[in-house]
Design a protein around this ligand. Sequence first.
Ligand code: DHB
Length: 297
Amino acid sequence: MAGLRLANPTILASGILGYSAETLGSIVEGGAGAVVTKSVGLKPRNGYANPTIAQTSCGLINAMGLPNPGIGEFVKEIREAKTALNAPLIVSVYGFSTEEYAKVSKKAVDSGADAIELNVSCPHVKETGSEIGQNPKILKEVVEKVKATVDKPVFVKLSPNVTSIAETAEAAVKAGADAITAINTVKAMAIDTETTMPILSNKIGGLSGPAIKPIAVRCVYEIYEQVKVPIVGCGGITNWRDAVEFLLAGATAVQIGTAVALKGPNIFKAVNQGIDAYLKRKGFRSVEEIVGLSHRS
Ligand code: DHB
């Protein structure tokens, strides 16, 4: 996919167990075909004060505030992960300017990243994330600059919090994106009825998990009709049937995040076995045969 070879179509989504070579290793052992790190920026960030996660009946709302050690420190984990992992390593990158996205991407690739996933979709940190991805002009600048700086595949992870995600995807692809990851979290909040106050210290966070799956499937379906690059489906996948739904919508591979946090790393094996059994039962010979199959008229 987009120049990467994956043993299977399941990938660890950014933000879950993605800080160290050791935790990434446990995910590959759990059966993932590739892994994406937690987003890393130019400088270290502490992130927001607690509480940073609120559990709801149908998913998690989180606002961590992009905590990370900064790329200077993180290159050690990238190097270690690269030697230890038997699967492609995709480094998620954010920045507060076009130059920052490019600098961090270059350091990540120079230390061994197999691909970059641009986080232009974090829903609540000011002057980065979705503030970049929601503006086609700035998005184009960032993607073009990163593409001109690194010679590895560039995935662009998009926000559903836009009027037309297909148009955003088209802007990213015109700027050179090798693949689109859809979707990042949906802007959301939860209020504690006892304290009468918002639960998260940042008040607003990003909703993930089963609640957003139908939104994500719709986004993948719309993007598939608009662009020709591979799409990585992401949002609320908890079992093989969810994964197959994304493949039928047009995804070439899927990312799993929240379900890993709730069910553990072996979810990847379970999803892959389920996909295999489905393909056999329906008489398909490969995953490729069902990518976008729901679009036929
Ligand atoms: C954070 C970043 C994201 O991209 C997202 O979707 C949710 C949370 C964060 O670090 O706060």
